[in-house]
Design a protein around this ligand. Structure first.
Ligand code: GRF
Length: 207
């Protein structure tokens, strides 16, 4: 059975694009049912059109969080959706979405969580002087980047790194990691037990 994804994005959309391209090249057995953005200027909307993916703009200004999420849910209900994929979605997910899609919302974050949650994770890593950072795909819970960790990739922090240089190198890994994790979902190989995520140990599913 095909894994149906709904992607929520607020900006550039490079992770969304990587996922769409992986589907087009049959590297990922999934379908993107729709893209929803809270930002009418998001490049992700253009990418959706290029890939002929249904897209919706739902600005959040002047709305309470649960009103905004109600609108999102109304749209999601018109599509088959197995998993919500946050790809640079710059909003905290609230109760409404979390309850309707319990353990079915994932996010990617540009650090090795639990280090450096929140905004400017790469800048935080450079400023702290860590030698290794990376990216994390995790289930979304009510906190900010606190949900159960699904998979991580380490990226060395180089002596002359600034936020931009480190972000670029981490982003390359993000694109690969997100596709691999989604492929594992599509093969039903991700199991969540408490805070721990297990990946069934078939060789090809190794992340
Ligand atoms: C990525 O670095 C992602 O980890 C973070 O926001 C950024 C989104 O980039 N959550 P893009 O919109 O996917 O290009």
């Amino acid at each position: 059975m095909t894994l149906n994804l709904a992607v929520l994005a607020s900006g550039r959309g490079s992770n969304f694009q990587a996922i769409a391209q992986a589907i087009a090249s049959k590297q990922l057995d999934a379908k993107i049912s729709c893209l929803i953005s809270n930002n009418p200027q998001a490049d992700a909307l253009t990418i959706a059109q290029q890939h002929q993916i249904s897209c919706h703009t739902l600005p959040h200004q002047n709305l309470k969080n649960d009103e905004h999420e109600n609108q999102i849910l109304q749209i999601l209900r018109t599509y088959p959706v197995d998993l919500i994929v946050l790809a640079g979605y710059m909003r905290i997910v609230g109760d409404h979405l979390l309850k309707s899609f319990a353990n079915r919302i994932v996010n990617i974050h540009p650090s090795l969580l639990p280090a450096f949650p929140g905004l400017h994770a790469q800048q935080q890593a450079v400023a702290h002087g860590v030698k290794i950072s990376g990216c994390t795909v995790h289930f979304v819970d009510a906190g900010c980047d606190t949900g159960p960790i699904i998979a991580q990739v380490a990226v060395p922090v180089l002596d002359d790194d600034d936020e931009k240089k480190l972000s670029e190198r981490i982003l390359l890994e993000e694109h690969k990691l997100y596709v691999k994790v989604l492929q594992a979902f599509s093969k039903n190989k991700i199991k969540l037990v408490g805070r721990k995520v297990y990946l069934e140990c078939h060789h090809e599913a190794k992340l």
